[in-house]
Ligand binder design. Structure first.
Ligand SMILES: [Zn+2]
Length: 428
């Protein structure tokens, strides 16, 4: 099957046609024609490389009531993603070749995005001994990103050994930076507001202390470190310092940390409870500037679906985490494009190119150019959509953007030349 995309604007530039054949971009230019090709009218739509998420929770195996590989894949495709990294905190934990291969196969069967399993760093995420990192790397799932996300690898000696192992695998340790001794019982960002609301605080220092330690360890070992969901201004400063010293560190920020603040907790609505917590206006500003100047490499969703009984309860009992895949691009447009901090090329760099490089993914994060795999999305920047959680493809409903109007909408997504989304709807 071939497709002729008429009149889209690659990276927001001049209108051009894109011809897709045999899974690849065959040509980009003016007034292209091709007999037999299905024509997609894309006038006014921005064309971008398919997005790559370094941080998605798909909940399968174990919590299929909250999300499955298939429903999460559908949400991802609707968000313009062509590849997502599936975090390891499933049940059982993805800490063996068997489990990562199972997740990888489920992704292949769903066929909506490339599901790339993340392997656990430690057995059972328990932080006591290293998992079978080499076996996961050698498996059919080709694991390159290792993370205990949800938990911090807090033992410095174990973290050092993990860095040494993944270096040999050309992999990366993705650290959930949270010194657990400083966040016992934590419910929200520690500051004036947490004191006033009577909720136990999660201090910025708990994140920054681990990042400071880990960039020193990564520099010492000469290994790659990736920092998950950076949330504080101090973390951005530490990353800037480490990069200037030549440490091989990369970092991600979530859409919600680019848009929302701890003021959301005033409502006591647990949909806004997340780990790390929503921070202050100053933190949001520092994160936006860090993403704009490249100190923060990537946007990653930390899409965290939760079943109603785990989320719609008292704030203190609710699980942390929020949906992210379907609104990620629109949130980035509001926080970064409409504020003039990033252009469309910059969006593609932070949401596609760099995450693919960090994850060592072949065939993703490639430029829109002849000969490249046809992984791309078409985005309508002119429309505005009010988010209705009931209309989302995710099996869960915990969207922090419910009722909020966001800019733009993904109209189509192509995975290796095959549409996964057309006319704003998933093809299956
Ligand atoms: Zn995390």
């Amino acid at each position: 099957m071939s497709y002729l995309i008429k009149g889209s604007q690659p990276y927001g530039g001049d209108a051009a046609d894109i011809l897709i054949k045999d899974g690849r971009i065959a040509a980009i230019g003016d007034s292209l024609s091709s007999t037999g090709a299905e024509v997609v009218d894309a006038a006014g739509l921005i064309a971008l490389s398919g997005l790559v998420d370094l941080h998605t929770h798909l909940r399968e195996p174990g919590r299929e009531d909250a999300e499955t590989v298939e429903t999460g894949s559908r949400a991802a495709a609707l968000g313009g993603f062509t590849a997502v990294h599936a975090m390891a905190n499933t049940d059982p934990v993805a800490d063996t070749a068997g489990v990562v291969e199972q997740v990888w196969r489920l992704g292949q069967e769903a066929g909506l995005v490339d599901v790339v399993p993340v392997g656990a760093v430690t057995v059972g995420l328990a932080g006591e001994r290293l998992a079978e990192l080499g076996a996961m790397a050698d498996s059919a799932a080709r694991v390159r990103v290792f993370s205990d996300d949800g938990h911090c690898v807090s033992d410095p000696a174990l973290m050092r050994r993990a860095l040494e192992y993944v270096k040999a695998l050309d992999g990366v340790v993705a650290q959930h930076a949270e010194e657990p001794r400083l966040t016992v019982g934590a419910q929200m960002h520690e500051g004036d507001r947490s004191a006033r609301l009577g909720l136990a605080g999660w201090p910025a220092a708990a994140e920054e202390a681990i990042i400071a330690r880990d960039v020193l360890l990564a520099g010492h070992v000469g290994a790659r470190l990736h920092v998950c969901h950076v949330s504080t201004a101090g973390s951005v400063e530490l990353l800037r310092w480490a990069k200037a010293r030549g440490v091989q560190v990369t970092a991600e920020v979530t859409p919600h940390h680019l848009l929302l603040t701890d003021a959301c907790a005033e409502s006591y609505d647990p949909v806004f409870k997340v780990n790390p917590p929503l921070r202050t206006d100053d933190d949001v500003q520092a994160l936006r500037l860090g993403l704009a100047d490249g100190t923060i490499d990537a946007v990653a969703t930390d899409h965290a679906p939760h079943a109603v009984e785990d989320k719609e309860s008292e704030w203190a009992q609710a699980r942390p985490g929020m949906l992210g895949l379907e609104q990620a691009l629109s949130v980035v447009v509001e926080a970064m494009v409409e504020t003039g901090l990033l252009d469309w090329q910059g969006v593609a760099d932070r949401m596609s190119v760099r995450p693919a490089v960090i994850g060592r993914l072949e065939g993703h994060g490639r430029p829109l150019a002849p000969g490249e795999p046809a992984n791309l999305l078409l985005f309508d920047p002119a429309t505005r959509v009010t988010v209705d959680p009931a209309a989302l493809a995710s099996r869960s409903r915990n969207s922090p953007y419910a009722g909020r109007e966001l800019p733009g909408r993904v109209i189509a997504t192509f995975l290796r030349g095959v549409p996964t989304v057309l006319d704003g709807k998933a093809v299956r």
